[in-house]
Design a protein around this ligand. Structure first.
Ligand SMILES: *Cc1c(COP(=O)(O)O)cnc(C)c1O
Length: 376
């Protein structure tokens, strides 16, 4: 069994996909070219923002956003401790200081009360200037933007929505990638919409920031590509990946997002009362980058994973080490129990196979194996 069955997806999309790929190969427009513009327009339209700038990865997308805001040494940027490393890494890459915020035990997303606490602490300490908050839509579920945007406004912080896992999620009728002042996503193959390599995108309604990001992602280009007006990066999306993403977005809109939600709902139904299943607040819609359950402790989790593995069922732990305990951030000399919820989740979460093509038979096997493990 596959954790995320990209092979199956390719088989379903094969005819259309092969044609899209070969068309780009035949066109010889491999870098930039019309496919990239077409892809940017399609993704901007889908989420409902003015600008989409495609780039080389979700990590670069985050970095480009921080560059547009000129985030620099001496700035404090708030970020959840329970996330993928890149969300925090980019803050340090800009020379700013990441300040780790605890998460909500139900949604795993940034806890607004702890955010307020951490902002006040930074102000009280008086060493750093609060500048921005990176808000992650973890596992596909949008964060509590109503509360976080209000807090950000109160303290005059920019909000960067890291929707690397959140693409396709929404709150009411508003889609992920539109909640932050700038939002980013990743097209890494295993994300809700993935390409066949690395890729990412930045979304914003702000013309000035969009122009800056467009410049930064191609060597700080000015009026043309040999007129360089700032120090930038080489972070373009390949035309091949853009063509692949157009096919993927169509399948995502047509049926994949609905299918993966059906799979998630079935998990929750079958696992009710057996393990702690994911919580989707009223009015929220997830794109299910992960389906993550919680068990009692690390030991039970290891045994459960072994029982599933014995049946050829893959599982994964997202994430075993919170940001405030990462070796790379030792230089920050942080307090050990900075984010107790993130610490507890790191020991108790386990993610199950999920994707739009997961069969009912496979899902029954997974759920029955979990049930017989707990109900002995
Ligand atoms: C995957 C991911 C990223 C980075 O995306 P890449 O395309 O792999 O660089 C950033 N943030 C989160 C939350 C992610 O899951």
């Amino acid at each position: 069994m596959q954790f995320r069955d990209l092979k199956k997806q390719y088989q379903v999309l094969k005819e259309e996909m092969d044609k899209a790929i070969l068309d780009v190969v035949a066109s010889s427009a491999y870098v930039m070219g019309p496919k990239v513009k077409e892809m940017e327009d399609a993704f901007a339209e889908y989420v409902g923002v003015k600008h989409c700038i495609a780039c080389n990865s979700g990590t670069d997308a985050l970095l480009l956003a921080l560059k547009a805001w000129a985030v620099k040494p001496g700035d404090a940027v708030f970020v959840p401790s329970f996330t993928f490393f890149a969300s925090a890494e980019v803050i340090a890459m800009q020379g700013a200081t990441p300040v780790f915020v605890d998460v909500d035990p139900e949604t795993f997303n940034m806890d607004d009360e702890d955010l307020q606490r951490k902002i006040k602490q930074v102000i009280w300490d008086g060493k750093l200037t609060p500048r921005a908050v990176v808000v992650v839509d973890l596992f596909g579920l949008p964060a509590n933007f109503e509360a976080i945007l209000a807090t950000a406004e109160r303290f005059r912080l920019y909000v960067l929505e890291d929707a690397a896992q959140g693409f396709g999620g929404r709150i009411g009728g508003q889609k992920a990638c539109t909640f932050g002042h700038i939002a980013t996503t990743s097209f890494f193959p295993a994300k809700p919409v993935g390409c066949y390599g690395d890729g990412g995108a930045v979304f914003t309604d702000n013309d000035e920031w969009a122009a800056l990001i467009d410049s930064y992602h191609i060597h700080g280009k000015g009026s043309d590509r040999y007129d360089n007006v700032r120090i930038g990066m080489n972070s373009r999306l390949d035309s091949l990946q853009a063509a692949i993403l157009l096919v993927k977005l169509k399948a995502f809109k047509d049926h994949e997002l609905v299918d993966v939600n059906r799979v998630a709902a079935r998990y929750t139904e079958l696992l009710k009362g057996v393990v702690k299943t994911p919580v989707v607040p009223e009015g929220y819609y997830s794109s299910w980058a992960q389906y993550t359950i919680q068990v009692k402790n690390k030991e039970v989790r290891a045994e459960l994973q072994a029982a599933l593995k014995a049946k050829d069922i893959p599982t994964a732990i997202y994430y075993p080490i919170p940001m405030h305990r990462q070796t790379a951030f030792k230089y920050l000399d942080l307090e050990r129990n900075l984010c107790p919820v993130a610490d507890r989740l790191a020991d108790t979460v386990v993610s199950l196979p999920i994707h739009p093509y997961l069969s009912q038979e496979d899902q029954d096997l997974i759920c029955n194996t979990i049930k017989s493990f707990f109900i002995k």
